[in-house]
Design a protein around this ligand. Structure first.
Ligand SMILES: Cc1cc2nc3c(=O)[nH]c(=O)nc-3n(C[C@H](O)[C@H](O)[C@H](O)COP(=O)(O)O)c2cc1C
Length: 346
């Protein structure tokens, strides 16, 4: 039996083929970060940081939702648990141009629990289903849910399956599964991304019983890990690795979509016009360079790049020339290293 035949007993799956996604990451995947990652991974689906639905209803929605058209495809992640408010926020998000609306049912932060959203909502599948139904009725773009494989002691397959069934029957178009449960008592959000063990098996089992695409998330930090997960799921969502080592994201993109990932220097050069345009609007250099620190990860000059940008971009008057100069330094270090290697080989 071929592997295709083996898979044919699964339910017919709706939705596009395999996809690469960049995870929603608070304080990280802001619009500057997404623009940079777009230069590296042209087809990846980029998620915003979580935006609380109440902030869209009562705050400055235009500012909160603004993004550059070149960021497409981009998904808006919402936090909340009030169906009416989420429907409103989803509608405003679609009007702002977002390609997907995602509901956060995975965040374990205490702040989020107090507001009755995030991963604690896994215990209320009926309420989440109502939220999904309301959002689904409010927009025509896909509505998806990002969640985990359990919360505290509720981590059985039946528990997560009951949740998944409730939200997919309510019209959720795809599930993003962080393959870890969350411990609400005793672990910080950061620990909740590291301590509970990854369990891709439970996500695999879930996928075999659902007819919507299942995107796996958690711990995918290299091209081989990406390929392994891609072989068994409808897509892979990459978080920290995409941020800390953006060129690894480029290699993952190359693996899935073909083409060749640009080199670091090309990425920087292509980002410069964007940076200069934002500086003219009054955006601080540091707000953009902070997302560039990992660009040369593992390459000659990486430390110099990181240090120059992190120490100097905050100084008054710092501008795009700091980036140009540091790029030239790093290029010199690369040439120097290659020269030394050639001499050593001779
Ligand atoms: C700094 C940071 C902020 C995060 N913020 C969010 C968020 O706003 N919404 C969300 O669903 N997950 C958030 N996460 C979790 C990630 O989306 C992802 O599920 C997690 O990092 C596991 O994936 P990884 O192992 O590829 O990093 C955040 C993670 C990090 C590191």
């Amino acid at each position: 039996m071929t592997s295709n035949e083996a898979m044919s007993c699964e339910p017919a799956r709706k939705g596009p083929d395999r996809r690469l996604c960049v995870a929603p990451m608070m304080d990280w995947t802001d619009r500057h970060c997404r623009y940079l990652l777009r230069l590296i991974a042209p087809n990846a689906l980029l998620y915003t940081e979580m935006i609380v639905a109440a902030a869209i209803e009562h705050g400055d929605a235009e500012r909160l939702l603004a993004f550059d058209p070149r960021e497409h495809p981009v998904a808006l992640q919402l936090g909340g648990s009030d169906p009416g408010q989420l429907a409103l926020a989803a509608r405003v998000g679609q009007q702002a141009g977002y390609d997907e609306i995602n509901l956060n049912v995975g965040c374990p932060s205490g702040r989020v629990q107090a507001g009755r959203f995030g991963v604690a909502l896994m215990r209320e599948p009926g309420l989440v289903a109502d939220c999904v139904t309301a959002m689904r009725e409010a927009v025509t773009v896909p509505v998806t849910v990002k969640t985990r494989i359990g919360v505290d002691h509720e981590d059985s397959f039946e528990f997560v399956m009951q949740f998944a069934r409730a939200v997919t029957e309510a019209g959720c178009d795809a599930l993003v599964m962080h393959a870890r449960k969350a411990w609400l008592e005793g672990l910080s959000p950061k620990e909740n991304r590291e301590v509970p063990p990854l369990n891709y098996g439970i996500v695999r089992q879930l996928r075999s019983e659902l007819s919507v695409p299942v995107i796996v998330n958690g711990g995918v930090d290299s091209v081989p890990a990406f390929e392994s997960r891609l072989a068994e799921f409808d897509g892979v969502m990459v978080g920290r690795a995409a941020y800390q080592s953006p060129m690894t994201l480029g290699k993952m993109h190359e693996t899935l979509y073909g083409g060749s990932a640009p080199d670091e220097g090309t990425v920087v050069e292509s980002f410069l016009p964007y940076i200069e345009a934002r500086l003219d609007e009054g955006v601080r250099l540091h707000s953009m360079t902070r997302h560039m620190l990992g660009l040369f990860q593992g390459r000659p000059g990486a430390r110099h790049w990181r240090r120059q940008l992190s120490q100097l971009a905050n100084r008054p008057g710092a501008g795009a020339d700091l980036i140009r100069k540091t790029l030239a330094d790093v290029a010199g270090m690369t040439r120097g290293k290659n020269g030394q290697e050639r001499q050593a080989q001779a």
